[in-house]
Design a protein around this ligand. Sequence first.
Ligand SMILES: NC(=O)c1ccc[n+]([C@@H]2O[C@H](COP(=O)([O-])OP(=O)(O)OC[C@H]3O[C@@H](n4cnc5c(N)ncnc54)[C@H](OP(=O)(O)O)[C@@H]3O)[C@@H](O)[C@H]2O)c1
Length: 370
Amino acid sequence: MPLPPRGSTIQAADAPFTPLREPEGRVVSILGYGNQGRAHALNLRDSGAIVVIGGRPGSAARHQAEAEGFETFDLAEATRRGDLVVIALPDEVHGPIWRTTLSTAIRPGQVIGVVHGFSLHHGDIDPPTGVGAVLVAPKGPGRTVRERYLMDQGIPSIIAVHREIEIPGHGQSSATDASGLALAWATGLGCTRGGSIVGTVADETETDLFGEQAVLCGGMTALFLAAFETLVEAGYPPEIAYIECCHEAKQVADLVYNQGIAGMRAAISNTAEFGIDTAGPRLVDEGTRSEMRAMLAEIRDGRFANRLRADADHGFEGLHRHRKTQTDHPIEDAGAKVRDLMPWLSEEDRRSQASTRKTSDEGGSGASPE
Ligand SMILES: NC(=O)c1ccc[n+]([C@@H]2O[C@H](COP(=O)([O-])OP(=O)(O)OC[C@H]3O[C@@H](n4cnc5c(N)ncnc54)[C@H](OP(=O)(O)O)[C@@H]3O)[C@@H](O)[C@H]2O)c1
């Protein structure tokens, strides 16, 4: 069942779960039980797939998977057992683990799955002949993938086939192909309840990195900090600066999420809307656009990936330094005080907030950025 052309939208009716439904006897091995891995494992199991988990010895995440009812194995054994082997490990360890462990365990007829294209696109994972490779990348954090599934909703994903293979039927399972497993995976996750989009691994990798750098993480964080610092420098109380320049971003983002930018404009005051057109072009001028094009070029030609790998090879010394700088920034204290005004924030959110503060106090590296 080849995927429809690039840019097509796929819904559940076009993406049968049958190839992974339990009577077919196929096994989904999920390597890693972190943000994405746990959500994929729980959603696929609840949808009726046989799921096992792979993890390193002594792994806290593997222990959690066992406590949540999964059979777990070391990474090589989990790889051998999977018809679909989903690599839900941090991107920077895909290459080393592929070379030392996975490449010798994988066999023709199996299909490798990734939830972000970085390692496939940049050649850190190089599936041998006869091994399929697909991508199902949900466009949101693992926690949201799970929450939406439980609400009978789903978040969109990008689906791509990097290497197609035919998979003959055996025993109770009927013949399928790598595309069939990718479609079933997306449906089992809940991602085709609304719709998922067909792309290439390059589409997903390059747009994902660009979006998070230019807007979602890089651009937005820099705007929050610069605006906060401008107000505090001018003598305004930090808590007010935080509310105006950071906290309220959620309300505006929710409007855009539900109604688009035009809908957001209609929902805010004329005064606020007037400010969009006077301030926006001053902040995002030709210089900003030119930087965006340069960032995209560095993502496309691999310079960004090389910088990431170089920092990973040095224990993420640069990443940890910047993380520490952020936890020590005055915006964190102001934000903590504002969040303390909202006792309805979940315990889970409060815990991660507390761990950020603890990390700062101890000078440690803290939790994963996503
Ligand atoms: N975070 C998100 O929501 C998000 C969104 C979209 C796509 N993605 C993609 O999802 C993939 C996984 O990212 P993630 O954020 O879910 O990762 P994560 O939360 O950091 O989870 C990593 C998992 O891998 C294990 N692990 C870490 N280092 C390891 C190593 N050296 N050897 C063996 N196991 C190791 C961890 O367990 P132990 O440390 O306990 O061993 C944990 O189970 C990446 O490709 C990422 O780009 C993530």
